[in-house]
Structures are given as structure tokens and as C-alpha cells.
Design a protein around this ligand. Sequence first.
Ligand code: TMP
Length: 236
Amino acid sequence: MAVFISFEGGEGSGKSTQAEILAERLRNSGLAVEFVHEPGSTELGWHVRDILKRGLLGERAISAEAELFLFSAARAELVLKVLQSFLAQPNAVVIADRYVDSTSAYQGYGRGIPIEQVAVVNALATRGAMPCLTFLLDLPPVNGLTRIGDLQLGFRLDDSILYAGEARAQEGARFEDEPLEFHERVRQGYLELVANEPDRFCVIDATLPERRVSELIWDEVCDRFPELTPVMESAN
Ligand code: TMP
């Protein structure tokens, strides 16, 4: 079975950067790494990303329930078409930039859909495929939102392009534009998920410098998955 690691966090937490750094490091160690980004990574996933983040329906106020089902539809597709076959491979690593915990945190705690109902939909979409380790990059929402504003970075629309500045404004920013209280609820929601499953989560202080954050992540991966170490060592 492959090792399945997910990255979670609020806006501007740096989780995508860290997920990519880890993926690259594992690849350089000789491991087969599959990187998935939610929503995205399948055709349906990219359409869902467009609908939700660019307001392609011409309507920003999609209901919370519709939002839950859209993210979950994209995830069901990802699990069936991409994740399942990778997860069956030995000595492989799957890295997910967001997964079910995003749905619990954003649509559950953020939008207010009862968390038990979100859990039912999550279980249906994942068919039980859950990460063995989840990094939560935790930081006060005001820091993350300021970072986004400062950097003027847009979200990715494909694996290779980063849109900046005015492109972001054109695309719209469905979640970044939510009030601060929404992001506070998301953060507290994540911390509650951690309290419920302390063994699966590793909380990282995302206010630390980027380099330090990647070191902490790397140390944790080496500690948790000693079975990968021989592969990593033989490649070095
Ligand atoms: P990001 O990948 O650039 O962070 O953008 C994804 C956005 O979608 C982010 O604001 C969080 C949100 N989201 C949810 O609300 N629910 C979900 O299940 C997922 C995967 C993402």
C-alpha cells in the first residue's frame, strides 16, 4: 500500500508550497509520487474548481449544500479515477493538496452544515480512502489573508500556471473574500478535527519561516514512515 499524506490549512497558509516541496523531495529520493490538488486533478475536478472559484455560473451565492456536493463530486471522481490505483502500489506516496478535512472545515464548520452530515458525504466520496498523515498548517486567518493580499497571488488553474495580481481579481476569490469570522470558524474547525484524530494529524506552526516548516514536515515523514527510509537511502 502507498503512503497517503494530505495537506490542509486556511487561505495563505503555504500548504500548497509545502506539499510541492515534500513531493519533490520524495521524488528526488527515488519514490513514485502522485500529487493531487483538490478541487482539480480530474476533468470534473477542474470544472468544479472553475464553477466554485470563478463564479462561472454567474452566481456567487451557491447554497452551502450545493457547494458540499460539488466538492464531494470532484473528490469521488478523484478517488475512483486516480487515487485508488496509486494507493494500491507499494513504495509509492500520494500527496494531496487538500482532501476531506477541507470539506469538514469549510462546508461544515465554516458554512455551518452539521458536521455529522458532512462526515456521511465525505465517507461516500472517499470510499474509505483516508490519509495516514495529515499536515495542518495552522496560522491566524488574518496573517494568511494578509499574505495573500501582499503577494497578490491568484489560485492555480492548472498544474503549471500561477496567476498574479489582476488575474486573481478577474477570477474572483470565492473563499478569500469571506469575512474574517468565516476563516476563524474554519481554523477552529480544523483544530477540532485534530482534537478528534490526534494520531492522524501533525499541526505545524505556519507562521514559521518556509524553510523551517519544510524541515519539520520532512522530519515528521521520516519518523512516521521508517519503511520508506530504505528506499530513500538507497537512492542517495
Ligand atoms: P486552494 O486549493 O487554492 O486553497 O483553493 C481551494 C479553495 O476551495 C479553498 O478556499 C478551500 C476551498 N475548499 C472547500 O471549501 N472545500 C473543499 O472540500 C475543498 C477541497 C476546498
